[in-house]
Design a protein around this ligand. Structure first.
Ligand SMILES: [Zn+2]
Length: 250
């Protein structure tokens, strides 16, 4: 059995047997995986709080190629998100981050872009206590990195360029964006402010974007989130349970 070391983000952990934990984590070097942390539920366990959701850790684990589960030997905390989970709005967003990552990221396939996206989003929620912009950014980029985002600036049917402010429609699965003429039944509208915010988010890092300053830009962020979470749900073919905790968009 080989011993591996990586940075990782804990996505979820469950009680297993009398004293152990079953842990899903995103390894920076090896992608999403699952492992057993023996004795993690004993008082004074050497794992401490490192296995809490979204903990950013350095992890050491043994991997046996014939077994699906790795054996987690040790974890060291790099950054904890426990405090951020104590705030309700932040905790809803952080739960969505972990649920989406569990649902869309393939097993054992490293993606540095997805790793950095998850970490940067969680850190921004923790630092600012604000949820709307980070969640919109995360949902949009998850769709983009999944290869499910059509170009937002031209019609996928007739190819016409869609100028800023033009009415634009998008399929719920994200398969296409359409102009007014090519609009298909079941497509939803993207408002001009939401489309412009999405373009900005595709061009800038999250920590360089400013928080929505008024109700209209908050609505735009929520609209981007709603559209992108719909695309994700279509792609994974089920509803995200943590999404139900979000305030409904007006
Ligand atoms: Zn068209």
């Amino acid at each position: 059995m080989a011993l591996h070391e990586s940075e990782a983000i804990v996505l979820q952990s469950y009680a297993l047997g009398e004293a152990d934990r079953l842990v899903s984590f995103l390894s920076r070097a090896a992608g999403r995986m699952r492992g057993v942390a023996a004795g993690a539920r004993k008082p004074k366990s050497r794992f401490g709080s490192t296995l809490e959701r979204l903990s950013y850790v350095r992890i050491w684990y043994f991997e046996n190629p014939t077994r699906e589960l790795v054996r987690i030997r040790q974890c060291e905390m790099i950054e904890s998100f426990l405090d951020a989970f104590r705030d309700y709005d932040s905790s809803v967003v952080l739960s969505i981050l972990s649920e989406v990552s569990l649902a869309v990221l393939p097993d054992h396939e490293a993606s540095d872009a997805n790793f950095r996206l998850l970490l940067l989003t969680a850190q921004t929620v923790k630092r600012t206590g604000k949820a709307d912009l980070p969640l919109a950014y995360f949902a949009l980029w998850t769709v983009k990195l999944g290869g499910w985002l059509p170009p937002l600036d031209c019609c996928g049917f007739c190819g016409v360029v869609l100028p800023e402010g033009a009415p634009v429609f998008i399929a719920r699965s994200g398969s296409a964006v359409a102009c007014t003429k090519c609009r298909r039944p079941g497509m939803r509208t993207i408002s001009p402010v939401a489309r412009s915010l999405a373009s900005k988010m595709l061009a800038e890092r999250l920590d360089r974007l400013s928080e929505p300053a008024d109700a209209a830009s908050t609505r735009a962020a929520r609209e981007v989130t709603a559209i992108m979470l719909d695309v994700i749900e279509q792609q994974i073919d089920r509803k995200l349970t943590s999404r139900e905790l979000l305030e409904p968009t007006a």
